[in-house]
Ligand binder design. Structure first.
Ligand code: ATP
Ligand code: MG
Length: 265
């Protein structure tokens, strides 16, 4: 049964897409069957996996409005995982969904037949608490929250936690926080250290031990249409996302995974 995970934070530019793409590639590297769903009209996750966005391509948009099936939409990537792509058209779904019944449940219902095809289904959510994100939160079992350790991050987190509570009360009672991921981490900053400690104090073991440092290779890789492990495997960014994948697998299975291990399927 696939673990369905929404990578979300309504704050922009905190590393959601970077995390969704690189974690997908790293989980695949450890032999996991992974589907990445691009739920953002910006389509950054789509380009980040080397899939060229075209106007006429079937995307998550068609799935949400019931005009296309998963099989017609899903494509492979060169990195061992599958993708449901997005393009700008998805921005229109927000309006069209309002007219449709069961509008918060449409993604969840479309994924129902897929749960045995994958070990992980990751969703890259847009930087907003809109109907696309709500579809992601209703389809998900858990949320992964990437965040930068800066002052406003904690305020944003309060809003996000309140939204998760509402979704749990009204739409998806099983939704849980999978973990909080510190991204673009700069250990030299005192404020970063402070916010990081506050986060650990508040959320305890929900905060991943793995920290993603600020690393220029992570920012460069998408312009080559590659996850960082396929671009510069030795970089600190690649090592961090490999470590995150291991941490997630070890948390689930209770077993240590060798750092170099995990042959590709
Ligand atoms: P949006 O809210 O717009 O969807 P996002 O939360 O998905 O943004 P990303 O697109 O992943 O954030 O990252 C924002 C920018 O920061 C991108 O240019 C990305 O390449 C860069 N970036 C992400 N993580 C790191 C990192 N650890 N080190 C350096 N640059 C990073
Ligand atoms: Mg993004």
């Amino acid at each position: 049964m696939a673990r369905i995970l929404a990578v979300t934070n309504q704050k922009g530019g905190v590393g959601k897409t970077t995390t969704a793409v690189n974690l997908s590639a790293c989980l695949a590297e450890y032999g996991q069957r992974v589907l990445l769903i691009d739920l953002d009209p910006q389509g950054n996750a789509t380009t980040g996996c080397g899939v060229v966005k075209r106007e006429a391509m079937p995307t998550v948009y068609q799935i949400l409005i019931g005009r296309s099936t998963i099989d017609e939409t899903r494509c492979g990537t060169d990195f061992g995982f599958d993708l449901l792509p997005a393009n700008r058209e998805l921005a229109g779904a927000e309006i069209e969904l309002i007219e449709l019944g069961q509008r918060e449940y449409r993604l969840r219902d479309s994924l129902a037949g897929l749960r045995d095809d994958y070990d992980f289904i990751l969703m890259d959510c847009p930087p907003a608490l809109n109907l696309l994100t709500v579809n992601g939160l209703v389809a998900a079992a858990t949320v992964m929250i990437p965040m930068q350790c800066e002052y406003y991050a904690l305020e944003g987190l309060t809003d996000l936690v309140a939204t998760l509570k509402k979704v749990r009360a009204n739409l998806n009672p099983v939704l849980e926080i999978e973990g909080l991921l510190r991204t673009m981490f700069d250990p030299r900053s005192t404020l970063t250290q402070q916010v990081s400690r506050e986060l650990e104090g508040h959320f305890g073991n929900k905060v991943y031990a793995t920290i993603v440092p600020r690393n220029v290779r992570l920012a460069e890789a998408p312009s080559y249409g590659k996850p960082v492990i396929a671009f510069d495997r030795g970089s600190k960014g690649a090592q961090a996302y490999l470590a995150l994948a291991r941490e997630i697998l070890e948390r689930a299975g209770g077993q240590k995974i060798a750092a170099a291990g995990g042959a590709r399927r």
